[in-house]
Design a protein around this ligand. Sequence first.
Ligand SMILES: C[C@H](O)[C@H](O)[C@H]1CNC2=NC(N)=NC(=O)C2=N1
Length: 187
Amino acid sequence: MNRWLLPSLHFLSKSQVPLASLFEGFLNGHGRSSTQVKQIHWYHVRMSSNRNSFNGFRTYCSGRDLAAKKCVPCNSKDIRAMTEESANEMMPKVAGWNLVNEDGTLKLNRSWKVKSFTKGLELFQLVGNVAEAEDHHPDLHLVGWNNVKIEIWTHSVGGLTENDFILAAKINGLELHHLLRKKKAAT
Ligand SMILES: C[C@H](O)[C@H](O)[C@H]1CNC2=NC(N)=NC(=O)C2=N1
């Protein structure tokens, strides 16, 4: 997200508008009118996950921005588990993932039904490549031959850190459709 564009947007109305889609539409040229963008409240823009703000104007960090980030070493001395409130604030950036509290340990998880056992292993390989590149690893489950579940948390702190959300966002960016069973049409 090019935050230098933001000061050129002068505005405010009293209405609250969904932000990320408008900004993304405007900034990546998908034809949103400048009027729509002018309805954006400066103070409704959420803190980006790198906690930068510009002129009091904060940039919204989408899942795509998160996926572009790099995990930090989990044995770094200043890495801390985040609160459940902070984790909930991050959830909109990792569509499809669930936030769970397992005996006091916060985790992210997501499940898929794959076409076959071998397609499940292929999915694990794609995810594993990302995990190795980030040196941040999920727990992989393949049960009943075609039910995949991935759990992510930072073991070194016994909870969730930004690393977990970065990994989840990167997994969301993988092309997995060819491995997944088609969802049954709602009857
Ligand atoms: C040094 C390196 O950061 C650690 O070994 C990494 C490896 N992958 C990891 N993955 C996860 N999920 N949690 C960790 O604490 C962790 N530690």
